[in-house]
Design a protein around this ligand. Structure first.
Ligand SMILES: [Zn+2]
Length: 237
């Protein structure tokens, strides 16, 4: 899959619903590049990096991980450079790294409420050979708002409220007026597919407090800020 270019500084390697691969974002500075999310396997990482080299773009020095879910992290062992995440993401990945990958163990985790059939069904598509799965955790922890100057472009990593998981990092590009949300504004699929109303209110206020035009999602096309906030307000009870 080819890269899609939003600007000279900002690209995406597009999502693919066949095995639930997410959008992998790429921000290019004069001194270094940063990616958002590591994808669901080494195969997705390689396709992403091949697409970068086709365009003559350098590999990312850093990969920011938006949240712990498999489709955003199981490619971590194959990335170039350093990975960054919240402490909760790091701790959850240390736990997932101990999971065993047989069909019986996967279905048992569904019964125990640790995972859901949607994830396991897609894992079986991405990994016909389950012994290929390698889970590693991230290299560095981001605990508060952090700005990185990539040379000619600034990126801000923002810990923030998320209705999807409790470990989210957002990536904000002020010059692009872009907020990279990935899955953070979805329901919590592991706990009943409902929006926690308090977190939803906090998350909407968080989005309203940031100056941006587009909301960049994990498994869909970008949305305008206004459209995304109205969509989320429609979930308020
Ligand atoms: Zn997710």
């Amino acid at each position: 899959m080819k890269l899609h270019k939003y600007s000279d500084r900002f690209y995406v390697h597009p999502y693919d619903k066949r095995s639930d691969r997410p959008n992998l974002y790429y921000i290019l500075g004069d001194r270094m590049a940063v990616a958002v999310d590591a994808g669901n396997s080494w195969r997705q990482v390689h396709e992403f990096y091949d697409a970068l080299s086709e365009e003559g773009l350098s590999l990312p020095s850093f990969t920011v991980v938006s949240h712990w879910h498999w489709d955003h992290t199981f490619g971590l062992h194959a990335i170039h450079g350093t990975s960054l995440s919240s402490k909760k993401t790091r701790d959850k990945l240390l736990e997932v790294a101990k999971w065993r990958w047989t069909i019986d163990e996967m279905r048992q985790r569904e019964k125990d409420g640790l995972d859901i059939p949607f994830c396991n069904d897609n894992i079986l598509i991405e990994y016909p050979d389950l012994s290929e799965i390698r889970v590693v955790t991230t290299d560095r922890i981001i605990e508060e708002e952090t700005a990185i100057d990539l040379g000619g472009v600034e990126l801000r990593i923002l810990p923030g409220p998320s209705t999807h998981t409790d470990d989210a990092l957002y990536v904000y590009l002020p010059a692009e007026k872009a907020l990279i949300v990935e899955d953070a504004d979805c329901e919590d699929f592991n706990h009943g597919e409902v929006y926690d109303q308090d977190t939803l209110r906090q998350m909407i206020s968080f989005f309203e407090s940031i100056d941006y035009d587009y909301h960049y999602l994990g498994h869909a096309e970008r949305e305008s800020k206004e459209f995304a906030i109205n969509r989320l307000k429609g979930e308020l009870k």
